[in-house]
Design a protein around this ligand. Sequence first.
Ligand SMILES: Nc1nc2c(ncn2[C@@H]2O[C@H](COP(=O)(O)OP(=O)(O)OP(=O)(O)O)[C@@H](O)[C@H]2O)c(=O)[nH]1
Ligand SMILES: [Mg+2]
Length: 453
Amino acid sequence: MAINKQKTKEIIEEIDQLFNQLVGNINPSIKVWIEKNLLGPAFEEIKKLIEDSRPPKMFLIGRSGHGKSSLINALANKHVAEVGDVKPTTYQSIPYLIKFEESYSSWEIIDSRGLFESTSPNSLSNIINDNIEENKKINKNNHISSKNDIEQILTEEIIKYKPDIIMHVISAPETRNLSNDLRLVSKMMTKLNKTLGYKIPLIIVLTKVDTLENPRHWPLENYPAKVGILKEILDYTSDEILTVSKTPIDLNELIKGYEIKDSEDITAIIPVCSLKDDIWNIETLIDFIGQKLPENAVLEFAQAQKRKKLLRKLSSSLIIRFSSIAGIVGLSPLPISDIIILTPMQILLVTLIGGLSCRKISKETFLEFLSASGITVASGFTFRAVAHQLVKLIPIAGSVISGTIASSGTYGIGKAAEAYFFEGKIKKPIQYKDEWQEYQNNIKQIENSKKLV
Ligand SMILES: Nc1nc2c(ncn2[C@@H]2O[C@H](COP(=O)(O)OP(=O)(O)OP(=O)(O)O)[C@@H](O)[C@H]2O)c(=O)[nH]1
Ligand SMILES: [Mg+2]
């Protein structure tokens, strides 16, 4: 189970009804104000996260046999792409959709296989000193025989598919031989990004790291010589081939890959092993892709595989957004004394966090959190009954709710729900009061420092 667009719509409708029931005898102008400033923005956040979500689009470049299909299988954690030794002789880009039925998600993959097949790695040397004769060899029978052909076809394909991420797959032991391929693709991306006016992240994925040095030396971490060779290849790729400056993705383990921050074309170099029984560092690649995807493609990417870490990030940002929205209460033109007006939003938040943790999007999911927090609600409950119970979770002092109480209460409820759904831990919302305060202070500091600049 997971977030499902239809179910989310239904819950939103119920929450809207609940709100109308709860504010039955409230001043109509306050009601309109709340709808516009609280519930409206909250629904808008959900629309961005869920209703507008779409499959991530990933484009693969790489010579035949370097492990593109195996990489897709490793990323998807299931068999979706053929792995084989048949060498394609003609260029054929294959788009396909991987469906993850159980989690209502899909990925779109474009495998640009065969693109380099009729060029030897050396014939691409003319990318440095453009050899006109070589480039004149126009492709016959769809054979691609020059640097210009490759560059042109790749550019056209990328413009046609507009992928979110491009992965250039190269077998790690062959990195040196294929330095021209790497240069060609990165040069092409510089031009392409300029044409498009935005940067498509290009990740260089070095596959088959298990075959470096002695293939039987595995797991990698147990063999310092193998680690050394991999480190050398990574450095060679960044320093010598691409001449870019690098930042380790994991400071404790330099061989997990480099992020390239100031480059116009490359975003990262990440080594992996995609063999089913020896999967290595795929997690790093997945996290990295998750960070670089556009907002509306992250949900399906993470949810497909129930990637808890990424889904939790989505949940955390949703909590922050909802809490900030709740804080608007403090700006209400008329004082609002009943915290119950916030509960519809909070019920929605908790239910969605449950959904992100791969539970069902339903009343039952919300109820499960409530009873775990020590609040029992009779069976056959309505949201209305629940709303009155939920209020008990927020400590409130005085007769008027301030923006701070509204936001920190919402944050606490969200975080307690997150701890429960993602870790099975029972926490009290009040435990998160300082954390919210700290978050607010940080934001203020950042804003102040921006003003100073
Ligand atoms: N040892 C090892 N072998 C791998 C790895 N990844 C792929 N292979 C093997 O390399 C061969 C080619 O892999 P594919 O995934 O089919 O390569 P491809 O890039 O999709 O090739 P085409 O479809 O022909 O373009 C297969 O025999 C794979 O099992 C890896 O990480 N380690
Ligand atoms: Mg393949």
